[in-house]
Design a binder for this molecule. Structure first.
Ligand code: GLU
Length: 446
């Protein structure tokens, strides 16, 4: 079987962690199985969809490295949805309804007050031709419902195992609105069949939809030459670190915002690929490595904890593992390319890439040294070797130790503070060499 998957975002807003996880897992699955990854813009809601959001989705996916093999806009495919709708109408599976929202609401209330489930009662199925004509004469336009068979719909889910949804407990879903607009369900199923999607991978908030969608799938299968059902995988939702739902801040944090905040794409993808799985949460060397490890068998059924601290830890991990060749263009762009030794020395201390400018300033620019004990600094200056090389730090600090009796933190902290103006940072051996003798001497003078 050719693996073909789709990511179907609605361009009604920016994409955030939950959507990206769906995009990512689909992409990884396609990659691992030499399959095809389809980007399908779910823009059937013409009022709420914007081109701007669509462009932003593309920018975000591209930045994350999730390139697509095929791309569609549902808004350009109304013809095929109409053909399928006509077929369903001809088969008696799609029927017109004339109730207003108020009428439906009133009926639901009555059902609830009688202790009945608020399911659509299919009153429209018994309308006579005269009643329909009367509604039409009133100017009412029908909305169209799909007639469910009302049965236990079962499938083997790659994440959840055997699943069943009882469609007798559901209202016949509205597929077409009064104004003729197709709601999400029909276009989604039609496209999954027509595009030969082999696996539908998405969040578990769609489990109930799957029951309905399988029924629609079956109703249309013959129309498409007995197309087989796709395989489904419903991933547990993301929750915040406290186990509650994703906080508003995290849940709505867009990828563009993360990009502006200096979060590395590989940190985001490593994080989203691994949370909720049995794998360790660590920065992957590449998307290809993540694809290699993709396996629904490792995905648990419990909600996946989305913890911003984990993401930041992975961000540091990505920077620590970044080669100079990879970092160089970005260092140049920030005017902070001070060579390979500089990068190798500071990368262990970075939380975000932009912090390189701070270290470039410390190494190549001017800083305000922090000197609490002027006598100690003067002594250190006295003992500073005339030639300060890559290995000079240990001899120099050893001589200062001997002369002042200071050791451990009492020895190293004042030197770090004087030379860098900071209380923490990378290895002083390499850093002091990068700073160089002239600047060291000048900074020790305060
Ligand atoms: N546009 C839908 C969503 O974002 C797609 C769901 C699906 O994958 O079928 O929820």
């Amino acid at each position: 079987m050719t693996v073909k998957v789709r990511f179907a975002p609605s361009p009604t807003g920016r994409i955030h962690a939950g959507n990206v996880r769906a995009a990512l897992v689909n992409w990884l699955f396609a990659q691992k199985n030499q399959g095809v990854f389809v980007l399908r813009i779910d823009d059937t809601d013409l009022e709420r969809s914007t081109k701007e959001n669509e462009d932003l989705i593309e920018t975000d996916l591209t930045w994350l490295g999730l390139v697509w093999d095929e791309r569609y806009n549902q808004s350009k495919r109304f013809d095929i949805y109409q053909k399928c709708a006509d077929q369903l109408k001809a088969d008696g599976r799609l029927y017109p309804c004339y109730e207003t929202a108020d009428e439906l609401d009133r009926r639901r209330k009555v059902q609830l007050s009688r202790g009945l489930p608020p399911i659509y009662d299919r009153a429209a199925l018994t309308l006579t031709a005269e009643e329909i004509a009367a509604f039409e004469a009133e100017g009412r336009k029908p909305h169209w419902r799909f007639k469910l068979e009302g049965k236990r719909v079962a499938w083997e889910d790659l994440v959840r195992g055997h699943c069943e949804v009882d469609t007798t407990s559901m209202s016949d879903p509205v597929l077409i609105r009064e104004d003729g607009a197709f709601l999400y369900t029909l276009p989604s199923v039609v496209d999954d069949i027509d595009m030969k999607i082999s696996h539908v991978i998405r969040g578990e908030d769609h489990v109930a939809n799957t029951g309905t969608q399988i029924e629609i799938f079956e109703a249309l299968s013959a129309f498409f030459g007995n197309a087989p059902l796709p395989i489904f995988a419903h991933m547990p939702l993301l929750v915040g670190a406290d186990g509650e739902g994703l906080s508003k801040r995290l849940g709505s944090m867009s990828i563009s915002q993360m990009r502006e905040d200096g979060i590395e794409p590989l940190a985001i993808t490593s994080h989203l690929a691994k949370i909720g799985t049995s794998d360790a949460l660590e920065a992957a060397p590449s998307l290809a490595a993540l694809a290699e490890g993709q396996d629904f068998g490792k995905m648990g059924r419990a909600p996946a904890r989305y913890d911003f601290d984990d993401l930041m830890r992975l961000n540091a991990g990505v920077l620590q593992a970044m080669s100079y060749a990879e970092a160089k263009p970005r260092l140049e762009a920030l005017n902070a390319d001070l060579g390979e030794l500089f990068w190798d020395t500071i990368r262990m201390n970075l939380h975000k890439f932009n912090e390189v400018t701070e270290w470039a300033q410390i190494v190549g620019g001017d800083i305000t040294p922090k000197i609490e004990d002027a006598a100690f600094a003067a002594k250190a200056l006295d003992l500073l070797p005339a030639d300060y090389g890559r290995e000079s730090w240990s001899a120099w600090s050893g001589a200062i130790k001997e002369a002042t009796g200071a050791k451990g933190k009492a020895l190293f902290m004042p030197l770090r503070q004087a030379l860098t103006g900071m209380d923490h940072g990378p290895d002083m051996g390499a850093l002091s060499f990068l700073i160089g003798r002239d600047k060291i001497a000048q900074r020790l003078k305060g």
